[in-house]
Write a new protein. Structure first.
Length: 322
């Protein structure tokens, strides 16, 4: 039996699991950047039981794995990944309204959560408007817009630990900060989220949603492939404004370009490599530091088998845990 052994042949996952198992699968199409190499195995577990079984097996054999949500905040390595990329498939989509609480499976799209909350006259997540990705990814990264974050709405979380145990977390077990939470790089897979929202008149909710959409309109690239803000905004400043002021708006490297619409977005114009994006990030960091002595901190996350010695200077804020 696979679980009892300390090695794993990825082909055997097809026998062990009920969900989808793809070998040597390009990961780019599962990310909004559409770039990067292949994963040795790409798995979409069918349900929580399937996911527990998978994690137990991988942990026992010490096979590295990484979680992908909607892939809208990640930069996947050109070198690919020799381990297993896990994505939550259809079995992890679904929303239930329970009074002033929204219970959502972690693979559910943020926009779907916003729609259901709005229908139920529940306010507090209007800032989801225009943020792609899953509710799981949003909780892990404490996604937000302007001064609103998802963190304060969290009531309860369910995770599957690396050893396959299903665990319920209270809100006090979840710490969060600017685009950060205690779940990031923890190895736990988030499978369900309960948000506590507040009853509000529908018209007021609609007004706020429209406002969030309006702020984005024309200020962010719409059709070009990107992963949102590349850098976090430094205290009291804006990464895009700093990038523009050092003359790098529109700067090109290979197939990547600093967006003409918003300089904190780097777009894949087609055929960009992950290294092209890192090259531009490095150039921006160097120029901004030389001019303002501000060290820009990446917001996007490098994933996969990067040569860490090549990118450590750029991703100085990331612990090497992926
Ligand atoms: C056009 C555009 C606009 C954006 N605007 C915003 C914005 O205004 N505010 C903002 O905060 N972000 C923004 N983003 C970035 C991104 O959409 C958010 O950070 C989003 O919450 C990421 O969710 P995801 O499902 O795509 O996660 P991914 O990018 O797939 O993953 C992000 C991290 O979460 C982890 N993860 C994902 N799912 C799980 C899970 N179930 N269990 C454990 N770990 C998991 C991954 O391992 C990774 O570390 C934008 C992106 C784009 C492309």
């Amino acid at each position: 039996m696979l679980l009892e052994r300390e090695t794993v042949d990825f082909k055997e996952l097809k026998v062990l699991l009920k969900g989808k198992v793809l070998l040597n699968e390009p990961v780019g199409p599962y990310t909004t950047y559409h770039l990067g190499g292949k994963a040795a195995a790409f798995v979409e577990p069918k349900d929580v039981e399937d996911l527990s079984e998978l994690l137990r097996c991988l942990s026992r054999a010490r096979v590295p794995y990484l979680m992908l949500g909607g892939g809208s905040n990640v930069l996947f390595a050109d070198e690919g990944f020799k381990g297993v990329v896990i994505r939550l498939g259809r079995g992890f989509h679904g929303i239930q309204i329970e009074g002033d609480r929204v219970r959502a499976k972690a693979g559910t799209q943020l926009v779907a959560v916003l729609t259901k909350a709005r229908e139920a006259n529940l306010g507090g997540v209007e800032f989801f408007a225009g943020i792609p990705g899953t509710i799981g990814g949003a909780v892990v990264g404490n996604a937000g817009a302007k001064k609103a974050w998802i963190g304060p709405t969290i009531e309860e979380l369910t995770v599957v630990t690396p050893s396959g145990e299903v665990k319920r977390l209270r809100k006090s077990d979840y710490q969060y900060g600017y685009r950060h939470s205690s779940l990031k790089m923890s190895g736990n897979v988030l499978v369900e989220v309960v948000l506590k929202l507040k009853k509000e008149p529908k018209a007021e909710i609609e007004r706020k949603v429209k406002e969030y959409f309006k702020v984005r309109r024309g200020k962010q690239p719409k059709t070009e492939k990107n992963a949102g803000s590349v850098f976090k905004n430094p205290e009291g400043n804006f990464a895009g404004r700093l990038t523009e002021s050092v003359g790098l708006k529109g700067r090109k490297a290979g197939g990547a370009r600093v967006s003409e619409i918003h300089a904190n977005f780097i777009i894949n114009e087609g055929g960009a490599s992950a290294h092209d994006v890192v090259g531009l990030m490095r150039e921006i960091q160097k120029k901004v530091f030389a001019e303002y002595q501000i060290r820009l901190e990446p917001e996007i996350l490098p994933m996969g088998d990067w040569d860490w010695s090549e990118i450590r200077d750029v991703f100085w804020n990331v612990e090497r845990k992926f």
